[in-house]
Design a protein around this ligand. Sequence first.
Ligand SMILES: *[C@@H]1O[C@H](CO)[C@@H](O)[C@H](O)[C@H]1NC(C)=O
Ligand SMILES: *[C@@H]1O[C@H](CO)[C@@H](O)[C@H](O)[C@H]1NC(C)=O
Ligand SMILES: *[C@@H]1O[C@H](CO)[C@@H](O)[C@H](O)[C@H]1NC(C)=O
Ligand SMILES: *[C@@H]1O[C@H](CO)[C@@H](O)[C@H](O)[C@H]1NC(C)=O
Ligand SMILES: *[C@@H]1O[C@H](CO)[C@@H](O)[C@H](O)[C@H]1NC(C)=O
Ligand SMILES: *[C@@H]1O[C@H](CO)[C@@H](O)[C@H](O)[C@H]1NC(C)=O
Ligand SMILES: *[C@@H]1O[C@H](CO)[C@@H](O)[C@H](O)[C@H]1NC(C)=O
Ligand SMILES: *[C@@H]1O[C@H](CO)[C@@H](O)[C@H](O)[C@H]1NC(C)=O
Length: 492
Amino acid sequence: MKASNVVALGLLWGVLAIAKQEHGIDPQDFVRVDGLRLKDAKGLHYITGLNYWSCMNLAANASQGGNYSRLVTELDQMAAKGVNHLRIMASSEGAPTPQPFRMNPPLMDAPGLYNEEVFQGLDRCLDEMSKRGMRATMTLNNEWQWSGGFAQYINWATNQTIPYPPSWNMTKAPQRAVPRTGWGEYSTSDDGAASYSEFESFANQFYTNNQTETWFKEHIKTVTARRNTVSGRIYSEDPTIMTWQLANEPQSIDSITNKETLYPWVSRISSYIRSLAPKQLISVGLESKQGEEVFKSVHNFSTVDYATSHCWVQNWGIYDMFDPSEQNLQNAQTFAKDFVNQTSGWARDVGKPIFLEEFGMARDNWENKDKEYAYLSSANTTHKDSYFEVRTIIGAVVDDFKKGGAYVGTCPWAYGGVWRPETQTMNEFDMVWAGDPPHESPGWYYVYDGDEAMQVVSRQQQDVGSWVKGKRARGIRDSLGNNVIGLSCSYI
Ligand SMILES: *[C@@H]1O[C@H](CO)[C@@H](O)[C@H](O)[C@H]1NC(C)=O
Ligand SMILES: *[C@@H]1O[C@H](CO)[C@@H](O)[C@H](O)[C@H]1NC(C)=O
Ligand SMILES: *[C@@H]1O[C@H](CO)[C@@H](O)[C@H](O)[C@H]1NC(C)=O
Ligand SMILES: *[C@@H]1O[C@H](CO)[C@@H](O)[C@H](O)[C@H]1NC(C)=O
Ligand SMILES: *[C@@H]1O[C@H](CO)[C@@H](O)[C@H](O)[C@H]1NC(C)=O
Ligand SMILES: *[C@@H]1O[C@H](CO)[C@@H](O)[C@H](O)[C@H]1NC(C)=O
Ligand SMILES: *[C@@H]1O[C@H](CO)[C@@H](O)[C@H](O)[C@H]1NC(C)=O
Ligand SMILES: *[C@@H]1O[C@H](CO)[C@@H](O)[C@H](O)[C@H]1NC(C)=O
């Protein structure tokens, strides 16, 4: 090709790209870290986020199990509530033989072998997000089985059978009269399920296996270098992608393996991402439940831009979804507020912002106790609403932000949108795409489109927005000394 043709093509491409970008996030407007704050071109950037991990699959061609009308309906619903960030998967791994309990079809069928239609789903997802002023956390791997993750990489490398821990089996009894509509039950040792510690030991071979690390780096290279087939943007040059996240909840089993395997892995992989995508941010995806030392060690690398936290009161044994008592709720509220306060303090010590990127609570499922399914959507949400709102977890983050603490936003698990367990039907890939990932009971944790929790999310955005506007009107600096000149896209 002649040079002049290249220039002409380049110009044409530029014109097309500009036409597209009129409705998208400005191509120069990368979110950056400034002390304990995130900033974008408009000033302070507070994150009103939601987990929406299945975005690439919903956005894929219908022949791959996608559902474009559901995707745009749900993105519009979230945008209408002021949501400006989605945490999504930018990875999922398959196997030569069909595997249970995970996203299907996967992005990667085998090392380096991609399902282009699912990849185009990720392209479309990012383009639709950009049009609505939403930025992404792109999760590149997974400690857990629900996307394939570390365990699948190890299976690829060693051919060892994956010892799945107890996981939700949609076809196990009890079954509804209409085939493929559920309910199902967790697998047990009678079904061949292993323990969680066996599973973790298996999956965590990933931190020290040279072959799987090479494959993982190749994935990172492929996804950061990809040109979006819808928007034309290179992923590493697209500010719609705020953050590359090493993995969902990477962790180790004890203090020795933390030091010897987890921390060096965080250092190697985050440096590698930085070398390929220097304009975007990097987070680890740590739950931050393992205490101060792990928190500070994992987040203190120069190639990790901000800290993350996940707060799970029921999974951690603090809350019981069958107990209607006020005391049960109060235990959860107290725990969550302390957790936010404590992790904020640790993040301040490390000198970086922190993002609460997972938390959730079940509906009032004691109301479902004697019904056919414990997770029916008809149950009330009194505890969940109190847990989310201003006096508890979201309120604690907003207060911390206003006081100049390290928190910069929230991201509940997960947007369930128009989906309901009562009307679910597994598609040809055995998926229902609930807010719960495929190894957990559908209907446990999510926010539905009509839920009060979405109003709480929305009020948070309005609250922070008007707080910033008020400060700006009076020319006040925030408590960290930042000149409060504005707040991201949807706030002004
Ligand atoms: C979706 O898949 C169908 C069947 O494979 C194909 O005919 C169609 O062109 C695809 N659509 C897009 C937008 O890729
Ligand atoms: C797509 O989602 C809509 C809900 O928005 C649902 O009514 C429809 O059945 C879904 N289509 C497929 C093919 O699953
Ligand atoms: C795993 O199995 C595949 C296919 O049977 C084979 O090609 C490969 O060499 C095996 N790998 C190991 C590490 O045993
Ligand atoms: C799920 O349950 C069905 C029905 O009991 C059983 O045949 C199948 O093996 C189970 N799958 C797994 C992966 O445990
Ligand atoms: C993995 O690679 C490193 C660096 O290249 C090397 O030092 C180490 O011995 C390798 N480990 C194995 C198990 O091959
Ligand atoms: C938050 O933690 C700090 C220590 O980092 C402590 O001094 C303070 O009392 C805590 N506040 C609340 C409300 O628990
Ligand atoms: C972080 O690492 C630096 C050295 O790079 C060290 O001086 C500092 O004490 C560490 N901070 C924490 C909180 O561990
Ligand atoms: C939800 O709460 C209302 C008011 O307390 C009550 O009347 C209703 O029965 C509850 N719903 C269920 C499914 O129990």
